[in-house]
Design a protein around this ligand. Structure first.
Ligand SMILES: [Zn+2]
Ligand SMILES: [Zn+2]
Length: 335
């Protein structure tokens, strides 16, 4: 039985149309999910401006409505979708580094149909079950907001086990996630300096316990042990390297521009490292679910707005205007 239902399609020039989309029954190893909440992401902006052939949305929580052969997940299970449809067999996957799979089958919502639609067809291996006490919008925080940032903190710890201070460039959703996850991980008194060109975002970060920094006055940060760039801007990465302490680590989380390194002064003499951090590993979800259940009020503050799917255009306009935390689009239960 195929299902036909209306899905929003990003047509470019900030136009979103609703059109019929057909969804097949799940095949072997597959689940058909009915998305119930999907957080907007900075990555969606490119689709909003330029259009997309697929149904977008990659921070998805929902309910399993049909399960294919060779699966064990029951219909009715609630959970979130790991964006990368990893193979499970390659060298990276065998190590658990599922975010570095060399034979990905799909990128859900990025290159293949994702969670803004009425259904989403996924492999069971990328479904992560979530307990009933976590509402669907809150469950989406397990993905980019907690997953990507928790992984980036772990990347820094690989090089730097004695972190005493952090500087975050950019107070968008990833920067805010880094702030909140660092506070949970290292304690409420742990100093997290966070900069943004937007005074609104600096104030928002301060309301969540960050030390706000005007990028024009980076010296006020001192010499942080670890810096994260969530902005993707060359000037922000360069600024972070200019203040980073000895043995410091710069972790680049935001895609975008480049940076020029002075290898002797930036790296060799102070023994610093520059690392990349991409999404997160599937096996990090269970630890993050435990954190979410323990800190649901704090993490819930990262969601500032919710809209029904019919108002996805309004949600995008508001989110991309830059004066929000996470904006989540919700869908009603349907048959
Ligand atoms: Zn995202
Ligand atoms: Zn793989």
């Amino acid at each position: 039985m195929t299902r036909t239902a209306v899905a929003p399609r990003f047509r470019g020039d900030r136009k979103i149309e609703f059109a019929d989309r057909t969804y097949p029954d799940p095949g072997s190893g597959q689940l058909l999910l009915a998305p119930r909440a999907n957080a907007l992401c900075g990555t969606d902006r490119g689709f909003y401006d330029n259009g997309a052939e697929h149904v977008t949305g990659h921070e998805t929580a929902g309910v399993v409505v049909a399960a294919g052969p060779d699966t064990t997940t029951p219909v009715g299970a609630r959970g979130v979708v790991f964006l990368m449809d990893y193979c499970g067999d390659c060298r990276s996957c065998r190590l658990g580094a599922t975010n570095q799979c060399s034979a990905k089958r799909a990128d859900m919502g990025i290159a293949d149909d994702g969670g803004f639609g009425p259904y989403e067809l996924i492999h069971e291996t990328i479904f992560f079950p979530v307990s009933d006490d976590v509402e669907f919008p809150l469950a989406t925080m397990l993905l980019d907001v907690m997953g990507t940032t928790g992984h980036a903190l772990g990347r820094a710890e690989l090089v730097r086990p004695d972190i005493e201070s952090i500087y975050v460039a950019g107070a968008g959703p990833i920067g805010i996630g880094l702030l909140v996850m660092a506070k949970i991980r290292y304690g409420t008194g742990f100093p997290v300096h966070i900069s943004d060109v937007s005074p609104w975002r600096r104030e928002y970060a301060e309301s969540l316990g960050g030390i706000p920094v005007d990028p024009a006055n980076l010296r006020s940060v001192g010499r942080p042990d670890v810096a994260f760039d969530s902005s993707g801007k060359e000037v922000a990465r360069r600024g972070a390297l200019d203040i980073l302490g000895r043995r410091g680590v710069l972790v680049c989380v935001g895609h975008g521009e480049s940076v020029t390194l002075n290898v002797s002064g930036d790296l060799i003499a102070p023994e610093r490292a520059v690392l990349g951090s991409e999404y997160f590993r599937y096996d990090e979800l269970s630890g993050n679910l435990a954190i979410l259940r323990q800190h649901r009020d704090l993490i819930g503050k990262i969601i500032t707005h919710e809209f029904p799917i019919a108002e996805i255009g309004r949600a995008c306009e508001l989110f991309f205007a830059g004066q929000t935390g996470k904006v989540v689009v919700t869908q009603e239960e349907h048959s």
